[in-house]
Design a protein around this ligand. Structure first.
Ligand code: ADP
Length: 748
């Protein structure tokens, strides 16, 4: 839209006013006019009408151009004021121009008025624009100044050449602690820590400093505190100086928080990496996003990136992976942790290992499960130890030997089933008791002193003990006792491992006995052989000697009859010896046959008296049958021949070992058993031989009995025969006084 210029004319002559309008219209087609000719009207119109140009006549009847100019300069100083004058007075022109007129136009050359108005308007426009520009600058400057000084962010401007501070805002003053004056007397170097000044100069020299990108550096406050700042700097011209406007952002807290976070992360990482447990984190898809060193080692991965984003299915790929994955899914699906699950797996070396794993769900602020944390404690050693202990305890439980564990005072803490079986005690009965309840009190006390001394000093004690069962019976045990020590080598317990050796002991004793017997028997056999050869040779020599004499004509018939009798006697002796040996061999070989018949005791005794009286009397010894009891005749069913053989032996010995006195035979009935006896008043037998004389080849002291002859078989044969017939035999005797041999025969 075209501007309609408003022109105010101060003119009293209507014709002149018209001329003016016409000239102006030539230059400006779009314009409107107001005309006044006195001061009052002029002032009035200025109140409502803002003219673009004022054109005034220099001389007016009641007003004048210079007064109007003064008023216009007061009220609307920007409005161009053109003076139109009739006089060509140079002073007037100068006066007008000095007073502030824009131009003056002579009435004579009024044609110039149009161009003068145009030029005035142009000048006014330019001037107005400049004013506007100044105003804008002024306003902007005020705004910027305000913004600079009141900005909550510290700012300053420094001289790029001298690095002195040229301006600094309130926030900077407050933040750094320097007064404005102090700031303005300082340079950039004064607020940097000493060790960073070189870097500062370097930076300023480099092209970098012209960039307004942000950099992180350190500043020093007045109180000496070092702060981390992020600065943004812009190049500006300040007071005609090349300068930098700098915005400072204190990032100390953030930086410290960041560093703390980094430190904490590092610490946490170090911590979890140094834990002897597997620790990992999985996202909600069960993919691993954190794995500590131990976990990586278990998987056989060298670094976290190898396992990152993988599920157990991908990491293990077998039923172990399957198991882990299902657990993960369960935790993720239910939000319920899996706790202390024993998981076995094979490490990269192929060794079976065990983890005690807990998987705890991770939730967001709404309680939704977004992942899980897994902790796997390596319990391989525990597991192995457990298995070892299980094996050991099974071994102990199932061992047939007795095992007993006591505390250091000997109080029983444990016994195995083998112990209970052997002793008859139940664990409840024996645990808590002192181990000495097992003592039979038949062992010498020193043995226990030695035992305690050995084991309490850490030694191993081995011995054989006669112990006592719950029922009081005793048994032999081979005992190995030793101490159990803890990690600090302190004795905490004793353990006894015991084996029943009663049978072995018995066998040993028997073995020793039979060995001794064998040795004795050997010795006796030698003695017997020597003796026997003497016993056989003696009659044989007589037989041969006297047989030769029978052919000698020097001897008469009577003498020769004596020789014959001697030969017959010796032949009989020889027969006795040989039949003894035969009998004994038969008895030993259990070949002896028994022929039973009814025997009358009275008749038997009478026959014996008949048989032996003559021989006894020859020796001056009385031979008698015991009648004192006035025994009735008893009929027994047995082998008469063998009973006579027993009597023959006993009576033969009685006569042999008796010099004077008597030999008496007799019997007695008691409980269907007849006890026969042969008593003599001979040399008697020392009690120590009362048993052994019944053994084969046995004789009381060889030297002593040698002179009586004999083969040492008679009593052994008699014993064997009585036993064969169902009885037994024994002797009662007093040396140098009497011997009384008894033997029993059952009636049937
Ligand atoms: P022997 O042929 O040596 O008599 P025996 O077996 O008959 O063999 O007797 C063994 C030993 O017992 C005799 O050597 C003797 O020392 C002792 N003895 C046996 N009977 C008597 C007895 N009546 N008086 C003393 N000693 C006897």
């Amino acid at each position: 839209m075209n501007h309609i210029y408003r022109i105010l004319l101060i003119e009293d002559e209507p014709q002149d006013a018209e001329l003016n309008k016409r000239e102006i219209n030539k230059a400006l087609s779009l314009c409107m006019f107001e005309v006044v000719d006195n001061k009052t009207d002029f002032l009035n119109i200025l109140e409502s009408y803002l003219p673009d140009v004022i054109i005034s006549d220099y001389n007016l009847p009641s007003f004048d151009g210079l007064s109007a100019l003064k008023i216009a300069q007061e009220i609307c100083p920007q409005t161009p004021f053109i003076m139109v004058t009739g006089s060509i007075n140079e002073d007037t022109a100068v006066e007008c121009m000095k007073a502030g007129a824009t131009d003056y136009v002579l009435k004579d050359s009024l044609k110039r008025l149009g161009s003068s108005v145009l030029s005035a308007l142009e000048q006014r426009k330019i001037r107005q624009e400049r004013i506007d520009a100044f105003e804008t600058i002024r306003i902007n400057e005020a705004k910027y100044r305000y913004m600079f000084h009141n900005n909550p962010q510290p700012m300053w401007i420094y001289d790029l050449e001298t690095l002195t501070f040229l301006e600094v805002n309130e926030a900077a003053i407050n933040h750094y602690g320097y007064t404005k004056e102090e700031f303005l007397s300082m340079t950039l170097k004064d607020i940097r820590p000493k060790d960073e000044i070189e870097k500062l100069i370097e930076t300023l020299k480099s092209a970098n400093c012209t960039f307004n990108k942000s950099v992180e550096i350190r500043h020093k406050k007045k109180n000496g505190d070092l702060i981390f700042v992020e600065i943004i700097s812009h190049p500006i011209i300040f007071n005609q100086r090349e300068a930098r406007h700098v915005l400072i952002n204190d990032i100390t807290v953030r930086k410290e928080a960041e560093e703390k976070l980094v430190r904490e992360q590092k610490l946490l990482r170090t911590l979890i990496d140094n834990l002897p447990d597997a620790i990992y984190v999985k996202d909600k898809e069960c993919r691993k996003i954190v794995a500590n060193t131990f976990d990586l080692a278990n998987i056989g991965a060298l670094n976290e990136s190898e396992v990152y984003g993988k599920t157990d299915l991908e990491l293990f790929g077998n039923e172990i992976g399957q198991r882990g994955f299902i657990d993960d899914k369960t935790v993720m699906g239910t939000g319920i942790p899996v706790l202390n699950r024993e998981e076995d797996f094979y490490d990269p070396k192929g060794n079976q290992r065990w983890l005690l794993t807990s998987k705890i769900p991770l939730t967001d602020e709404n309680g939704k499960t977004i992942g899980l944390v897994g902790i796997g404690r390596d319990i391989t050693e525990q597991k192995q130890a457990q298995e070892k202990i299980l094996k050991l305890s099974k071994g102990i439980e199932q061992s047939p030997v007795s095992i007993e564990i006591t505390d250091v005072n000997g109080i029983i803490e444990y016994v195995n089933p083998g112990f209970c079986k052997k002793t008859g005690y139940s664990p409840e009965e024996i645990i808590g008791k002192h181990a000495r309840v097992l003592r039979s009190e038949k062992m010498p006390p020193e043995i226990y002193i030695d035992m305690w001394e050995t084991i309490s000093t850490g030694g191993v004690w081995n011995n054989e003990l006669l112990n006592k069962k719950k029922d009081g019976s005793t048994f032999w045990e081979s005992v190995t006792l030793t101490s159990i020590k803890n990690d600090k080598k302190i004795i905490t317990n004793y353990i006894a491992i015991k084996e029943d050796i009663t049978e072995r002991k018995k066998m040993q004793a028997e073995l020793i006995q039979s060995k001794e017997k064998a040795e004795e028997s050997d010795r006796l056999k030698s003695a017997f052989l020597a003796n026997m050869s003497h016993e056989i040779r003696t009659p044989l020599n007589s037989i041969i000697g006297f047989s030769e004499l029978l052919g000698d004509s020097d001897f008469d018939k009577e003498q020769k009859n004596e020789f014959i009798q001697t030969i017959v006697d010796n032949g009989n002796n020889l027969l006795v010896i040989i039949s003894d040996i035969m009998d004994f061999s038969m008895l030993e070989a259990r070949q002896m046959k028994i022929r039973k018949e009814v025997i009358s005791t009275k008749k038997l005794l009478n026959e014996l008296v008949n048989d032996f009286s003559k021989k006894a009397n020859k020796k001056g010894i009385e031979f008698r049958s015991d009648q004192s009891q006035n025994n009735p005749d008893i009929l027994i069913e047995s082998d008469l021949y063998r009973i006579k053989q027993i009597f023959n032996n006993l009576i033969g010995n009685a006569l042999k070992f008796t010099k004077q006195g008597f030999v008496e035979i007799g019997y007695q009935l008691k409980d269907d058993v007849v006890t026969f006896h042969v008593k003599d008043t001979g040399i008697g037998i020392d009690p120590e031989y009362h048993q052994s004389i019944f053994e084969r080849f046995r004789q009381v002291d060889l030297a002593k009995t040698r002179k009586y002859g004999g083969n040492g078989l008679g009593l052994a044969i008699s014993k064997n025969l009585t036993e064969l017939l169902g009885g037994n035999i024994w002797v009662e005797s007093e040396p140098d006084n009497f011997s009384n041999f008894f033997f029993t025969i059952p009636i049937k």
